[in-house]
Design a protein around this ligand. Structure first.
Ligand code: PHE
Length: 323
């Protein structure tokens, strides 16, 4: 004889877990349908002995009644409360979507290239894996110069290097294009510095170069002053301080007055050294120009009051969301 009890218990558990019209109907077919569990039991009754028939028949009838009753009850309760707890309520407001935006470095580059575009400078690009020629020799940096040391430059096993300055783009462009030219070249540069709040082994620079037959140091001062005022506001004070770079002569560093922090260096610049024109295949007697190079991180940190350069590279959404 069949033990009804476990199947009955299972049916009652199934019933309690039901939600939705489809599940309800599937339950009905499975237990109460023409070929359902209970119909199967009923069909067995005639083949049993008279005592078994009485006992089993009564049990099946009782079970059938119970399941039918509870099924009806469950059906009613599901109909009167159509929204089950896990029901998705499409009328609720959605969580605030995160909108994408520019990284502060990208935004600063965009701002600066925009200013120089309006002054007629075109934006150009150069490779990050470079040769000694473009990074050093063409820029009049002597073979024994400290910056060529492997402590100051990353070299590849194949004798190339990761550019340590965007000045590489100067000669690359001049080899392709005759003067007059005005270009701005943003990009990544690499130096084996120990990472701390103001140093990183990778950072960004923007190179500038203007060449024709009459550009002078006054033009350099005028262009930089204008650009820095656009960037930091009309009230800024800047200072040109004599400096040395092998590829410019004379050379300066430009400082920005920053409240209580005093003068802060923000870029290097100068009049293009005739040696650089020679390396590029220009006739130095026929051209004059200026070049400058600025650090993007430094400028972004000043503009936004960012204290630690590492914030730029950690991809922390809480930091990035602020800009
Ligand atoms: N390349 C120099 C640096 O990285 C900056 C510079 C660029 C100076 C162009 C003069 C002219 O410090």
């Amino acid at each position: 004889m069949i033990d009804i009890q476990p199947i009955e218990d299972q049916a009652l558990r199934d019933l309690a877990a039901l939600s939705g019209a489809e599940a309800l109907e599937a339950f009905r077919i499975r237990y109460l349908g023409k070929k359902g569990v209970l119909a199967e039991w009923m069909a067995k009754i005639p083949s049993l002995s008279p005592e078994e028939r009485r006992e089993f028949g009564a049990a099946v009838n009782r079970c059938k009644k119970k399941i039918e009753e509870l099924f009806e009850e469950r059906k009613k309760s599901l109909e009167t409360q159509p929204a089950a707890p896990e029901h998705f309520d499409e009328t609720l407001p959605c969580p605030e979507p995160l909108s994408g935006r520019f990284h502060p470095i990208r935004e600063t580059i965009h701002e600066i290239t925009g200013i120089f575009s309006r002054l007629g400078f075109s934006v150009v690009d150069g490779p990050e894996i470079e040769t000694e020629f473009y990074n050093f020799s063409a820029l009049n940096i002597p073979l024994d110069h400290a910056s060529r040391d492997s402590f100051d430059t990353f070299y590849t096993a194949q004798g190339q290097l990761l550019r340590s300055q965007t000045s590489t783009v100067q000669v690359r462009l001049m080899q392709k294009q005759k003067p007059p030219l005005r270009m701005i070249a943003p990009g990544r540069v690499y130096r084996p510095d120990t990472v701390d709040a103001s140093h990183s082994f990778m950072f960004h620079q923007i190179e500038g170069l203007m060449v024709d037959d009459r550009t002078t140091f006054s033009d350099l001062k005028g262009v930089l002053h204008l650009a820095l005022r656009e960037l930091f506001g009309p009230e800024i004070k800047i200072r040109f301080r004599p400096h040395f770079f092998p590829f410019t002569e004379p050379s300066v560093e430009v400082d920005l007055r920053w409240g209580s922090r005093g003068w802060l260096e923000i870029l290097g610049a100068g009049v293009v050294n005739p040696k650089v024109f020679e390396a590029a295949g220009y006739d130095p007697s026929q051209c004059q120009g200026f070049a400058f190079g600025m650090g993007v991180e430094r400028i972004a940190m000043l503009r936004h009051g960012i204290q630690d350069i590492r914030h730029f590279y950690e991809n922390d959404i809480r930091f990035l969301k602020q800009f």
